[in-house]
Design a protein around this ligand. Structure first.
Ligand SMILES: C[S@@+](CC[C@H](N)C(=O)[O-])C[C@H]1O[C@@H](n2cnc3c(N)ncnc32)[C@H](O)[C@@H]1O
Length: 205
């Protein structure tokens, strides 16, 4: 049994399960596992889902927050989901953030499974991915309520450690999670940051 075979089998398993259970992507199971571990999605929560298309995470978020708010953002289009507001736009652009704020000013949970389209040039792709992660973290700094949670996909490496350290001042804990439904050969992990109940004053303030 080759590793490739095992990997494909695992991907197939979650893919088939998603089709059977009505989820748009097998990524849905990653969010379910993460939330089962840390319990951030509660009835009434306000959730921002960045890089949402085709919509698996938004489906899970909506199921779990009931009457709460789910705002989904993606560069590409996304077929509508009942009760989810969709914004087509680039998360690193101010105009997109202003449109999010028109719907909701503050969120209990900011999720990001976003990843740029791969060009094949590893260094270039890595740089774009990292820039995207920083944009999401900066957005969370602006829009996450005190005590809220940010979950962001990142690839393992020195950059992850740097980002984690840079933003840890505003969070009371950071967990690194690798859901079972994430392929082993992928170096992706999910960082779950829990924001402090009150922000530290800026240095020198
Ligand atoms: C892996 S997919 C997300 C899958 C989704 N979580 C689901 O459950 O179906 C990554 C998405 O990130 C989006 N994306 C990449 N860069 C983005 C950006 N700058 N702003 C918004 N979305 C972005 C891509 O268009 C793509 O749809």
């Amino acid at each position: 049994m080759s590793r490739e075979w095992i990997r494909n089998r695992k991907a197939d398993h979650y893919h088939r399960r998603a089709t059977h259970e009505g989820y748009r992507s097998r990524a849905a199971y990653k969010l379910k596992e993460i939330d089962d571990r840390i319990g951030m999605l509660k009835i009434g929560s306000r959730v921002l889902d960045v890089g949402a298309s085709p919509g698996g995470w938004s489906q899970v978020a909506k199921e779990r927050v009931g009457d709460g708010i789910v705002v989904a953002v993606d560069l590409g289009d996304m077929p509508p989901i009942d009760g989810v507001s969709f914004i087509r736009g680039d998360i690193s652009e101010r105009a997109t953030i202003d449109r999010i704020k028109d719907i909701c000013q503050e969120f209990d949970v900011v999720l990001s499974d976003a990843s740029p389209r791969l060009s094949g040039n590893k260094v270039y792709d890595r740089g774009r991915d990292l820039a995207l992660c920083w944009s999401v973290m900066e957005l969370a700094q602006e829009m996450l309520r005190p005590g809220g949670t940010t979950v962001i996909k990142m690839f393992q490496g020195d950059e992850l450690i740097e980002l984690r350290e840079h933003f840890s001042i505003m969070y009371r804990s950071v967990d690194t999670l690798k859901p079972r439904s994430s392929l082993n050969r992928s170096s992706e992990v999910y960082l779950a940051f829990r924001r402090l109940l009150r922000d530290h004053p800026a240095p020198g303030a």
